[in-house]
Design a protein around this ligand. Structure first.
Ligand code: RIB
Length: 336
């Protein structure tokens, strides 16, 4: 398909070139009807704006656009590193964006990658972006979802079975004889967190003598974990959980910091056993080495790029869904 120009769009929409330019750059200056006609012409012609057209004439960009939920989380930088190493093997680079769990920022990166005509997109999505990724695919830009399995979805995905991971974490805590469990995680709008909690609940369901308190936090961060830990420290000992499953290792580290604070009087694992998720490097290096549910983060990134490369070669191939199994890593925070 040859690259369409602004003039082609103007002719197709029955407006001036200036109007097309305004729709692209100052849509507020154009009547809704004209905007709609121009957008329809853009979609029909597969028009790509500004420098992307030049890249199109020279072939596809050699950069993969990647968006992750939180670059502060080593899980995602490990995942990005795995993707980058695989991309480099094919002469490609990776541009990494951070959505910060914000749908608007996520959309901004996807618009940027479309304009730059990236080779493909690898994304840990916050929102349901099926429609947005479909528009990218119509422009010849494939996308692979990471970190959240979507076995029925139209886009390939690479993730870990978070239901199994949640079950594994709680079964381990119950194997220690702990009975007053707590799940510390959130926001529940993040599918990974909700799936881990669902797996935890499934594990507890067959143990009537075990309780599972849910302590919802507003971010998967060390600070949020530390605040939740301070609340637990403030309770009377018999009101505290005797074991905690944290939705990821950053939260787990925050909880550990709160329990280790001067005068907190909470021992790990003696009074509270603690397990996290991801098995980032900091988990093993914590003052009390943390047990965790390991995700093969670099392998997830590597696999996503492998799938993307295959889809560029064969755009009509059906979506490919890879689900890795989580692994229990036992360290001092739940030993004995
Ligand atoms: O970003 C949310 C969490 O989901 C990360 O810690 C990682 O576990 C991902 O799967």
């Amino acid at each position: 398909m040859s690259a369409s120009s602004v003039r082609d769009v103007a002719l197709r929409a029955g407006v001036s070139v200036g109007t097309v330019s305004n729709v692209l750059n100052h849509p507020e200056k154009v009547s809704p009807a004209a905007v709609e006609r121009v957008q329809r012409a853009i979609d029909e012609l597969g028009f790509i704006r500004n420098d992307a057209a030049r890249q199109l004439r020279n072939g596809r960009s050699r950069t993969i656009g990647m968006v992750v939920l939180d670059v502060r989380n080593p899980f995602f930088t490990d995942l990005a590193r795995g993707a980058e190493d695989e991309a480099a093997g094919s002469g490609l680079t990776v541009t990494l964006g951070n959505s910060d769990e914000n749908p608007q920022r996520e959309a901004t990166y996807l618009d940027l990658f479309e304009q730059q005509r990236v080779y493909g997109v690898v994304i840990s999505a916050y929102a349901d972006i099926t429609e947005r990724l479909t528009r990218l695919k119509q422009r010849g830009i494939p996308a692979v979802l990471v970190d959240r399995s979507s076995p029925d979805g139209p886009f390939s995905s690479v993730a870990v079975d978070d239901l199994a991971g949640g079950r594994l974490a709680v079964e381990h805590l119950m194997s220690l004889g702990r009975r007053r469990l707590a799940f510390v995680g959130g926001p529940m709008g993040i599918r990974q967190v909700a799936d881990r909690l669902e797996g935890a609940r499934a594990a507890v369901a067959s143990h009537p003598d075990v309780s599972l308190e849910v302590i919802e936090i507003d971010a998967l961060s060390v600070l949020a974990g530390r605040a939740a830990g301070a609340d637990i420290v403030g309770r009377s000992p018999d009101e505290r959980p005797d074991a905690i499953f944290a939705a990821n290792d950053l939260v787990s580290m925050g909880l550990l910091q709160a329990f280790a604070m001067q005068g907190a009087g909470v021992s790990v694992p003696g009074q509270i056993a603690l397990i996290g998720y991801d098995d980032i490097d900091f988990a093993s290096a914590a003052v009390v080495p943390l047990s965790s549910i390991r995700q093969p983060s670099a392998l997830i990134g590597k696999t996503a790029v492998e799938i993307l490369l295959a889809e560029v070669e064969n755009p009509d191939a059906p979506p490919h869904h890879v689900v890795f199994q989580p692994e229990l890593v036992i360290r001092a925070s739940t030993r004995g």
